[in-house]
Structure formats: C-alpha cells, structure tokens
Design a protein around this ligand. Structure first.
Ligand code: ADP
Ligand code: MG
Length: 361
C-alpha cells in the first residue's frame, strides 16, 4: 500500500496539451475513481501513474519516491485493463502465477500467492481450467487475480468492466468493492460511468477536458456540485437546469414563474442564473417525500411518463424547458395531464448562467 501524489502533472502530445497541470493526493488504502466523458484525459493520467506514458511536466510520487523517470516494473503497481488478455494455453493457476514465475520467484512463494489470490476471488474450483472454458466475469476475476499476486502498492484499473454486459458489470462492481475491503490496497480506477464511480469510490475525481473539476466523496459531489458540469454529470437522470434571472429572493424563469432561491445560495439582482433541481426533488403533490423546511409549488403539464415500478419518471414542461420529475407510489398518469408539483428547495442549487459555477452564498 502507498500514497499517490500528482503535483502539477502535465501531458502534451507534440504541441497539444491534453492534461493540464493536475494536482491529486491519494491516501494509502484509498479507492479513488477518475470519471469523466470520453477523451477527458482519464486513461492518460492513469498511464502516467503506471509509467506507460512519460509526463511532460510536474511530479508523480508513489509512497516516498518520485517515480517520474522510473519504468513501470520499478513502480510496484499492477494494472488491469478493459482487454484482460489471458494466456489461452495456460490454466487459471498458470495464468495467475506467470508474472511471479518470470520474475524467478521461488515456487513455494508462487504457490502461496496464487492460492491466496484464488481464495480472495473465489477461483479455487476453476484453477485447472483454461480461459476458453471460463465466462466473461470469471476471466475478469482471473485478470484481477494476476494483479493481486504481485502484492502491488497500487492497483490501477482502466475501465475493467466495459466489455461485460450490464448484469455482469453490476456483479463485478460488487466483487471489486469486496476485493478492496479484503486487500485494502490503494486503487486508482478509471471509468466513464458515473454510477460505477459513485458506487465504488471513497472519493471521486471528476475530469473534463484535461482538468479536474471536483474531488470529493460520492455523496459530497452529488449534494454539492461546484458547477453545472458536475451537477449534470453525476446522478441519473441528469439534474434539471432552468434558465432564469435573480430578482430579490427569487429566480424568475423565462415564463415569469417565480421560484425562491434555494437556501445557502445567493445571486445579484438581475444576474442570469440556472436553477438546478434533481428529479428526486420535484414530485407531484400526494406522491412525494415528506415536506422539508423550504418548499415551493408549481403546476406543470406532463408530456411523457416512464413507469419504473416503485416510482414513475414524469417528463413535463416548465418555462420552455423539459423537466424530469419523480412520482412515488405511482398511479397511472396520461400525457397532457396538468399536475401540481412540490419542489424541495433545501436540495436545489443555483448556478451562474455564464460560468456555470455554483452561487453558494
Ligand atoms: P479518456 O481515457 O478520458 O477517454 P484519454 O486519456 O485516452 O481520454 O485521451 C485524452 C486526450 O488525449 C484525447 O483527446 C485523446 O485524443 C488524446 N490522446 C490520447 N493518446 C494520444 C496520443 N498517443 N497522441 C495524441 N493524442 C492522444
Ligand atoms: Mg480511456
């Protein structure tokens, strides 16, 4: 186990800078997830930590060592990729032990490490099979086992579940979390999937265009997004954003609807703002959570419904913007029905329309 520190780390390809002086401090034993849209620099950052890419500026430290110029094999890291190429002609046992074998470790040590990894990952009954006789999830477990046997200071994962179907992905997510609870290693994990990030991470690092937008615990970034990018990237469905103008204590929407500014936020008179409301915080009266201290009511016409069983997602229009709302204890709703909704203002957000930054007062 080790800490990982990135300080002013830059990556350039020729004249094109794709990672812009990022700082990141990862604690020993912490599970950190880098998340962001495709092309934002997640893999590049991970590969720089691994030593598979040179850094163009700044410093990377693993434990007490600056590793900027160390080759990957001297960094004591293990990496698990999306394409977990196992050796097809070797058994699971041989695949697991291969890296230790080529490192010329004594056979007794190899056996011990392989048995330990097999136990952690429930591979014991599969040890004599070849990869061709394994399911996708089992193969991915072997790939993780290969990483574990080396007892690395840091595990690096790059979208390890992307090739699996949705059901298996959910199962493997739980397995990876259990794995971390057992081995307590430092993990840096890359994904574009915000649900994966939320469910796995001790802390999430949200990236966009080679910058870090926000770092925080999953619930912290969910509840306190610093800007509209994070607000709409984290959480499903994406947070509703309504254009308006601040006037006194209200945000006045395009059609004149007045909604009180959420507690804890402040805007200048006349400032162009965006009011942020998650679907969980706008619900039809009679089908909502218990009232909170600060509530507002508005009427909206429902345009579309998505019954999900325990709740129904309602699409409606407000001030020219499509809004998604949640209905608890659902009853059938027809398109075109006008309903009264209550907004839980305590959970809402206010952003500057120009910069997108949260207007915390
Ligand atoms: P992510 O993993 O977040 O999808 P990457 O880290 O793979 O993103 O890529 C970040 C940016 O760097 C992208 O714009 C990508 O096109 C660019 N990039 C990655 N590798 C190279 C390369 N070898 N040469 C030039 N540009 C690259
Ligand atoms: Mg990538």
């Amino acid at each position: 186990m080790a800490q990982v520190h990135l300080s002013g780390v830059v990556k350039r390809y020729g004249s094109l800078e794709v990672v812009h002086a990022i700082d990141l401090d990862i604690e020993e034993g912490e599970f950190v997830v880098l998340v962001g849209p495709s092309g934002c620099g997640k893999s590049t950052t991970l590969r720089m930590i691994a030593g598979l890419e040179d850094i163009s500026g700044g410093d990377i430290r693993i434990g007490d060592r600056v590793v900027n110029d160390l080759p990957p094999r001297e960094r004591n890291i293990s990496m698990v990729f999306q394409n977990y190429a196992l050796y097809p002609h070797m058994t699971v046992r041989e695949n697991l032990g291969f890296s230790l074998k080529i490192a010329k470790r004594p056979q007794a040590e190899i056996d011990r490490a392989v048995d330990e990894a097999a136990a952690i990952l429930s591979l014991v009954p599969l040890m004599d099979r070849k990869p061709g006789a394994l399911s996708g999830g089992q193969r991915q477990r072997v790939a993780m086992g290969r990483a574990i046997v080396r007892h690395p200071d840091v595990f690096l994962f790059d979208e390890p579940l992307s090739n699996l179907d949705a059901k298996l992905r959910t199962q493997m997510r739980v397995e990876i979390k259990k794995l971390h609870q057992k081995v307590r290693s430092t993990i840096v994990y890359v994904t574009h999937d915000q649900v994966e990030a939320m469910t796995l991470a001790d802390r999430i690092v949200i990236m966009r265009d080679g910058h870090i937008e926000q770092i925080g615990a999953p619930l912290d970034v969910f509840e306190n997004p610093v800007n509209t990018f994070v607000a709409t990237f984290i959480g499903s469905p994406p947070m509703n954003l309504l254009d308006g103008t601040a006037q006194g204590g209200d945000a006045v929407l395009r059609d004149g609807t007045r909604v009180p500014v959420p507690p804890g936020y402040r805007a200048a008179y006349g400032q162009a703002v965006q009011l942020g409301i998650r679907a969980d915080n706008i619900m039809p009266v009679g089908h909502s959570l218990p009232p909170t201290a600060h509530m507002a009511q508005i009427d909206m016409d429902v345009t579309l419904t998505e019954p999900l069983g325990t709740e129904t997602l309602l699409f409606a229009e407000l001030a020219g913007t499509e809004v998604q709302a949640k209905m608890l204890n659902p009853r059938p709703v027809r398109a075109g029905e006008r309903m009264t909704f209550q907004i839980m203002l305590d959970k809402c957000h206010l952003f500057d329309a120009g910069s997108g930054m949260a207007l915390r007062g």
